[in-house]
Ligand binder design. Structure first.
Ligand code: GLU
Length: 302
């Protein structure tokens, strides 16, 4: 069985944009005959013990919309051994990087406003130089990509080609890098369809390259345009006002929230009562809107 997935970081309540991405991930998986997984991306989060955690609130909101995982939910915080195994499997490609943040700021080049490219400063240090530098600073760990150029196919953005710099796989503070963990998890969970917000589009070629290095299937991608508020700003998880709890407290039913999400995806007409199964039947990745969704929720609530 192959899977699609929604993989939230438990850093705050899910807002409408996150819920919309989760809905599209679910619909894309079901409409293509895949299973649907939820994964908790708590790489550098400390789990709280008292009261409902952010994770539990996120999962409850997803469940309220009918979005539940077909298999047990895994946590990245339980999988550090797997991430280290993947780093070990990359062997000679892995090297220590002693650059400080300041070094990186001055050295990185960012063509056309894209994510800064690491220029390979520490790639060719001699063993003696590495030992000398290790005495003064704990290194981050990078993967040597030999300046690969990689292309991914995205359902909304078409073919996306990027030069792959030597990106970090383990940070100097010991935390495994998101780009590594997500590739290992998707590969090991049988995920071959990645749906998420288009703020992560630039990471997709890196991740696809790494999946190839580790012998995993390269996923198909769908990077959904973000949701902007009435000021034209991106929603952030701290915008609790645009979470399910706030909307239902303000008088909307969960069904109405689902309808609003479906309308924003051109899958329903305003005020139409619609089930998840019906949405699966209507879902067509080729017909998704390519523009950000501009929302002004107070006008929804009478
Ligand atoms: N954990 C990421 C987030 O919450 C999503 C990562 C992914 O879907 O690849 O933004």
């Amino acid at each position: 069985m192959r899977f699609g997935r929604f993989a939230p970081t438990p850093s705050g309540q899910l807002h409408l944009g996150n819920l919309r991405t989760a809905l599209v991930a679910y619909l894309a998986a079901r409409a293509s005959g895949r299973g649907f997984l939820i994964r908790v991306e708590d790489l550098d989060q400390i789990r709280l013990v008292d009261g409902p955690t952010i994770e539990q609130i996120q999962l409850a909101d997803l469940a309220a919309l009918g979005l539940t995982s077909d298999a047990a939910i895994i946590h990245q915080s339980d999988r550090f051994d797997r991430y280290q195994e993947a780093i070990d499997a990359l062997g000679d490609r892995i090297y220590p990087c002693f650059c400080s943040r300041k070094d990186l700021r001055t050295a990185a080049v960012a063509p056309h406003g894209a994510t800064p490219i690491y220029p390979g400063t520490c790639r060719h240090l001699s063993p003696a130089e590495r030992r000398r530098r290790a005495a003064g600073r704990t290194p981050a760990w990078r993967v040597n990509t030999d300046d690969a150029i990689w292309t991914v196919a995205d359902d909304i953005h078409g073919e996306v080609t990027r030069q792959i710099d030597d990106f970090v796989v383990r940070r100097a503070d010991g935390v495994f890098a998101y780009n590594l963990a997500v590739v290992v998890d998707d590969g090991q969970q049988g995920v071959d369809q990645v749906v998420r917000g288009d703020d992560l589009l630039d990471q997709a070629p890196r991740q696809a390259w790494l999946a190839d290095q580790l012998g995993y299937t390269q996923p198909t991608y769908l990077h959904l345009p973000l949701v902007l508020d009435s000021h034209g700003d991106r929603l952030a998880k701290r915008d609790g006002a645009l979470g399910l709890a706030a909307l239902t407290t303000a008088g909307m039913s969960v069904e109405q929230v689902l309808t609003h999400l479906a309308v924003s995806l051109d899958l329903a007409v305003p005020a139409e009562a619609i089930s998840l199964d019906e949405l699966v039947g209507r879902f067509d990745p080729d017909r998704l809107p390519h523009q950000p969704w501009l929302i002004d929720p107070p006008t929804w609530i009478d």
